[in-house]
Structure formats: structure tokens, C-alpha cells
Design a protein around this ligand. Structure first.
Ligand code: AMP
Length: 568
């Protein structure tokens, strides 16, 4: 199939914001695509060459792409960089330059989807000496045969910024529409939920599209989790308070809510895999955990879930989340950090055991299976702390003990509920202390990228410290692109007159605008001048009524920090 056909689709999608129209057009394309390239097309439409959970990346940095464009178009580096500055998009840069190119290539080979896919895949597999040159030549080969529009999308795919607005939901609906039909809205909903179910268990649309085409709805319904491959986990909802949560279930089970990372542990014979909730494979980062689970799991073939937390070696208490995050990100000296930051896993669920999926089993039954296959190793690998009760006083006591032990709160679970992958369906309700909001001052920002390039998109937050302002976080959420609430446009307009200096994409801003900020937690941090960092800060509103000197100060942040989770 010609790559130009896919490019026509990309163009349509880029210029058509309407979701339904996108879904129909992609569905049509899937229906018409030859079976042999369907899987490739499913990935390319998402701007991918590998499923999102894969470790494989095309790995072309902006700098390298600029070199490729220089050598493929014959323009100077300055010309390429200037066009990039003007467009903010390397795809548009190459398109524009190629359109302006004086000499045209004579014999242009028609690019096929297979060829583009093949070269891009090769990019990811090249390692070692001379890597850069080989990578450059692979993209260059494609660009030299491409028309300007084709080059635009090749470049965008290679730098992993396709920008055509095809999110997971659009893919799901397009696959549903391409291969199935329905009589009414209820029928449509059902088909979509079947596609979604399959995708939750096998999060790769290139696999799902093949099953949909070859084996239909029954095939999708029968998709199962695979040991060694990640799946989308059940998610928790938030409850207002303990009473509200307890009233929801006839038979509630209350568990400590540990503040770490969800971990799915897969085991088959002597092979183990660790996946995060975001489907990343983190097995290599945790050789210490591997030794623990080898002793801690009795089943030969299972997938169990738990929360991994980092432990402070001095106090034996849970460390802040960022310690664990360091371990997850770490790619070298793994043995050393494993000693410095040991981990503990508190297991709470099992979704597969000895050849049997357990999604349709109740939590009560799953817990029984779990208890039967876990060999607890105190403080290293254990069942999550839990009680079964309908008594609100007992539940509250349990909640307080969770906070005292430095945990985040509790999760109230319905013992009679099944396991719904990928969804928030109210089977688990989290209760944790609500953080008071903070009024902070914006003292810096960064210009956005892509369609946000014209706006300031992330903002430096500062608190008052005497007569100074000290940084305590970066915020980019809670702000809208359009519609009600505070928009990027509005914030940019308000802040622009106060910009003091600009350096690359960063600007420093005089402390004038006060914003009310919600957040999940305050952490100690050497990265900000206040010594504190807000975790997941989110804009609530602009405090037009407050001057920067009415903003919250470091003392208040310190006070909230020390009150968090029974630190006092
Ligand atoms: P949140 O991330 O705030 O939506 O809370 C849900 C997350 O809490 C889960 O994805 C787990 O990573 C984590 N968690 C900690 N303890 C538990 C527990 N006992 N049961 C389930 N999830 C837990």
C-alpha cells in the first residue's frame, strides 16, 4: 500500500477536529487496508512503530533530526533551525523546506507503508558504533523518496510527535466501527466495550485489530492476559470520607493505601516480570525484588498485584515516593541503589493463577487464592494490611493507624466485586486526608510546544519567604486550552507584561500573579529553592484578590509538610 494513502488520512485527521469524523475515516481505512499490513497501519495511525508499552523506541532526538533534514534537503543548518523556530515542528520544517527546494529530484520511487515501517523499525534496533550515521541514512533514504507532505509525517513519526489527535479511545472506536455493526446506541456501546476489554488485557491495537478482523467479537471476548505482558489494572475511585465509602458496600474490606507504585508481578516457572500500572517493564531495575519474590511466591504460573514502596534504611519506615521513583528510573549502578533504597511489596490481588484467569471471581475468592500462593517474608513481601468490618469506629481506627505508620490512607474494597481491568468502576474507594490548598505566586514559565507553542504552558510556583519568593514546584495542569475555567491564553496574556527575561523556552516573571493550587502532597526537594516540592500541583483559580505579599509562605508549607500522614 502506498504511503501517500496513509498521508492523505493523516492530513484529514490533522485538519478534522471532530472525533466522530476521525473515527469514521480511520475505520474506513482499516477496512480497506490489505490484511498483511493491518497491524502496521494500526501502529502508524497512532504515530507508533511499537506498542506503547514496548521498551523499543525510535529514539531520534530533535538535534539529530535537524542533521537529517540538513543533509536531505541541502539547506544549511541555520536555515533549518530558523524554520524550526518559526514553525515549532520538525515535520512542518521539512515540508516547508522541501517545497522551497529549487532542484527537484528526478526519479522518485513511490514510498510504500511497508518500506517506511521497515526503516523506522530498523532505527530502533541499531545499537553500537556508527549508530548515528546508520540512523541518519535510514531516514534520509525515506526522505529522499518522499514528497514534502510524506516527509512531514515521516519526520514527525521518527521524533514521536505525530500530532494528529488519535488517542486510544479513537483507535478503539475506529476498530469497532471498521469490523462490526450495531442496531442502536446500546449495541454500539456493547461492541465498543468488548474491543476495550480486549485492549485492556492486551494493550496493543496492532494485536487487537488482527483479532477483530480474524476472529470477530468472540475472539475479542476470549482474549486473555498473557504472562510476561502488561495489562491495564483496576483503578480506584475517590470517596469523600470514610462513612461515605463504608456505606457503599455490604461487605467492605479496608486496606492500607501504601504510597508507592503499583506493581504487577508475573511468574512462569523460573521467569519473572515486573510491570507498573503504566505498563512499563521494570524487571531489570529490581534484582533485589527478584530474589525476594523467588521465595515469596509458591505458584508456578501467576500474576499478582501489590504496591511497592521504598523503605528508609535508618528508620525502617516508608520513604517518600520520590525515592522509589529514583529506583524505577535508574538504568545503571542498579545493585548500589538497591542497597541504598530497599523496597517492600504489599500484595493485595491476583488476576491469574495456574492457567486460570480470575477477573470474574469476587475479591473474597481472589484474596483466598492470593493467601494460598504467597509465602510472606516480613517487611519485604507480605499481604497488604487489612481488616473486614462494617463498624465505622474500627474502620476509623484502622485509617488512623495507616496514617501513623506513614501510609497515604486506606482503600475500601467491595469483597463481592469482580475485577474490571483498566477501569474506575467504584469497586475500590480511596480515602486519604485532603490537603489544604496553597496560594502561590507565578515567578517563571516555559513556552509550550506544538499547538501550545503560542502560550506559556508550564509555570514556576513560588512561596513567600520574608521579602523574597522561593520556588516550590512546576505546574501545567488545571488549565484549559479553551472553554470555561482558566485558559492558557488568559494566563499567558496576564503574565506577558511581567516577563523579565527569556532564555530559550524559559522565561522569568516578576511576582505579580497569585494562584490557588491544589496538590497531592508536599515533598522535600533539593531541586527547588524553598527546599520543598508540590506533588501533582493543579491550578484551582487565579486569586485576583490577593497580592503576592499575601501569598503563603515557607513556614506554612513546612507546617503542612510536617502534618502530612502522621509525620508529627
Ligand atoms: P491513586 O493512585 O491515588 O488513584 O490510588 C490508587 C493506587 O493506590 C493504586 O493504583 C495502587 O498503586 C495504590 N495502592 C496502594 N495501596 C493499595 C491497596 N492496598 N490496594 C490497591 N491499591 C493500592
Amino acid at each position: 500500500m502506498k504511503y501517500s494513502k496513509l498521508v492523505d488520512l493523516y492530513e484529514y485527521l490533522e485538519n478534522t477536529p471532530a472525533r466522530l469524523a476521525k473515527v469514521e475515516k480511520i475505520g474506513e481505512f482499516f477496512r480497506e487496508a490489505e490484511p498483511e499490513i493491518l497491524e502496521k497501519v494500526a501502529l502508524l495511525v497512532q504515530g507508533k512503530i511499537f506498542p506503547s508499552y514496548s521498551d523499543n523506541e525510535i529514539g531520534i532526538a530533535e538535534k539529530m533530526m535537524i542533521r537529517v533534514i540538513v543533509s536531505s534537503t541541502g539547506f544549511s543548518e541555520n536555515e533549518v533551525v530558523d524554520t524550526f523556530k518559526e514553525t515549532g515542528d520538525l515535520g512542518l520544517t521539512v515540508e516547508k523546506l522541501m517545497e522551497n527546494k529549487k532542484q527537484t529530484t528526478l526519479a522518485i520511487m513511490q514510498l510504500s507503508i511497508e518500506k517506511v515501517f521497515e526503516n523506522l523499525r530498523k532505527l530502533a534496533s541499531i545499537e553500537g558504533k556508527g549508530t548515528q550515521d546508520t540512523k541518519i541514512s535510514l531516514i534520509k533514504e525515506l526522505i529522499s523518496h518522499a514528497k514534502p507532505k510524506e516527509a512531514k509525517y515521516i519526520v514527525r513519526t521518527a521524533v514521536s510527535q505525530l500530532r494528529i489527535g488519535v488517542a486510544e479511545g479513537v483507535m478503539r472506536d475506529s476498530i469497532a466501527g471498521a469490523f462490526f455493526s450495531w442496531d442502536d446506541m446500546a449495541g454500539k456501546k456493547e461492541v465498543i466495550s468488548i474491543v476495550e476489554w480486549a485492549w485492556f488485557l492486551r494493550p496493543d491495537y496492532s494485536e487487537i485489530i488482527k483479532i477483530a478482523k480474524d476472529s470477530g467479537l468472540d475472539g475479542l471476548k476470549n482474549v486473555s492476559v498473557e504472562v510476561g505482558k502488561p495489562y491495564h489494572v483496576l483503578l480506584a475511585d475517590r470517596a469523600g470520607d470514610m462513612v461515605e465509602a463504608m456505606e457503599k458496600f455490604e461487605r467492605p474490606e479496608i486496606e492500607y493505601k501504601y504510597d508507592g507504585a503499583r506493581i504487577c508481578i508475573h511468574k512462569r516457572d523460573d521467569k519473572y516480570w515486573f510491570f507498573t500500572r503504566r505498563l512499563e517493564d521494570i524487571t531489570k531495575q529490581f534484582p533485589d525484588l527478584l530474589e525476594i519474590v523467588k521465595r515469596g511466591i509458591k505458584s508456578n504460573d501467576c500474576i499478582i498485584e501489590g504496591e511497592m514502596i521504598a523503605i528508609d534504611t535508618k528508620t525502617g519506615r516508608p520513604s517518600p515516593f520520590q525515592m522509589l521513583s529514583q529506583r524505577i528510573k535508574r538504568k545503571y549502578d542498579i545493585g548500589k541503589v538497591a542497597k541504598e533504597i530497599p523496597v517492600q511489596v504489599n500484595v493485595f490481588d491476583v488476576v491469574y493463577n495456574e492457567g486460570k484467569q480470575l477477573f470474574s471471581e469476587t475479591l473474597e475468592n481472589r484474596r483466598k487464592v492470593l493467601a494460598g500462593i504467597v509465602n510472606e517474608i516480613p517487611d519485604k513481601f507480605q499481604l497488604a494490611e487489612s481488616i473486614e468490618t462494617n463498624d465505622i469506629d474500627k474502620a476509623n481506627k484502622f485509617y488512623q493507624s495507616a496514617l501513623k505508620s506513614n501510609h497515604e490512607g486506606v482503600i475500601i474494597k467491595n469483597l463481592d466485586a469482580t475485577y474490571q481491568p483498566g477501569r474506575r468502576v467504584g469497586y475500590w474507594l480511596k480515602v486519604k486526608p485532603i490537603m489544604e490548598t496553597l496560594d502561590l505566586v507565578i515567578t517563571g514559565a516555559e513556552w509550550g510546544a506544538g499547538k501550545r507553542a503560542k502560550w506559556l504552558a508550564t509555570f514556576v510556583l513560588s512561596c513567600k519567604d520574608g521579602d523574597n519568593f522561593l520556588e516550590c514546584g512546576m505546574m501545567g495542569t488545571g488549565i484549559k486550552e479553551k472553554g470555561e475555567g482558566v485558559t492558557f491564553d488568559q494566563l499567558t496574556k496576564q503574565l506577558k507584561p511581567f516577563i523579565k527575561t527569556e532564555k530559550g523556552k524559559s522565561v522569568s516573571i516578576s511576582p505579580k500573579i497569585v494562584v490557588e493550587i491544589a496538590y497531592e502532597e508536599i515533598q522535600r526537594s533539593p531541586n527547588y529553592s524553598s527546599g520543598f516540592a508540590l506533588r501533582f500541583p493543579r491550578l484551582i483559580r487565579i486569586r485576583e484578590d490577593k497580592s503576592p505579599y499575601d501569598a503563603d509562605n515557607t513556614e506554612r508549607i513546612e507546617k503542612i509538610y510536617s502534618k502530612q500522614r502522621g509525620r508529627k
